[in-house]
Ligand binder design. Structure first.
Ligand SMILES: [Fe+2]
Ligand SMILES: [Fe+2]
Length: 185
């Protein structure tokens, strides 16, 4: 990314950095809905359900949780490397909102990692042996989904609003350039 680009040059490809991050939130929330439906389906399956059907659902869940984990990790690094350092100039980094967001990133990453591992283990078990671990996968899934939804809501309702009113246009372009260095168009 050329950091010497001026406003006229980037005009055609520029999108507000907060809009980019909000757009990512929408994609993550849609994915959570899909995964939640699969969790509910797995929860409702009678224990004697056909092996083939269970394996399909478990394998789908593992793929989606893997993808979600990667997507969320990238989103967190976009916020942590591009947005938070600029916002910290206004609201400080420690003992405030940014610190809370960073703690939530750590808790969510840890919850997603546990969920991903459990979903992967589940796929290796026979249906008759899966009962206990299935409960762990479902519980871990509901917990991760709730944490992510709450975090996204706080950013949309509070943090991003502070960014919109605090950051100058020049700073927003600076954040945009950093975002595009992490995830090119
Ligand atoms: Fe975040
Ligand atoms: Fe976010």
């Amino acid at each position: 990314m050329d950091h010497k680009l001026d406003l006229n040059q980037i005009d055609s490809i520029y999108q507000g950095p907060i809009d980019i991050l909000k757009g990512e939130h929408c994609v993550i929330l849609q994915r959570l809905e899909m995964i939640e439906r699969t969790l509910q389906y797995l929860e409702s399956l009678p224990s004697q359900t056909a092996l083939k059907r269970c394996k399909i659902e478990q394998s789908r869940l593992r793929t989606w949780v893997d993808e979600l984990s990667g997507q969320v990790a990238l989103h967190f690094s976009m916020e942590e490397e591009a947005l938070f350092p600029v916002l910290a100039e206004y609201i400080g980094r420690e003992h405030g909102l940014i610190e809370v967001m960073l703690q939530e990133h750590a808790s969510i990453s840890s919850a997603l990692s546990d969920w991903k591992n459990a979903a992967s283990q589940l796929c290796k078990l026979t249906v008759s042996a899966r009962e206990g671990l299935l409960k762990v996968v479902i519980g871990s899934g509901h917990q991760s989904i709730a944490l992510l939804r709450l975090h996204i809501s706080k950013e949309d309702q509070i943090l991003f609003k502070i960014c919109e009113v605090s950051l100058s246009e020049k700073e927003k372009i600076q954040v945009w350039k950093k975002l595009r260095a992490i995830v090119p168009i």
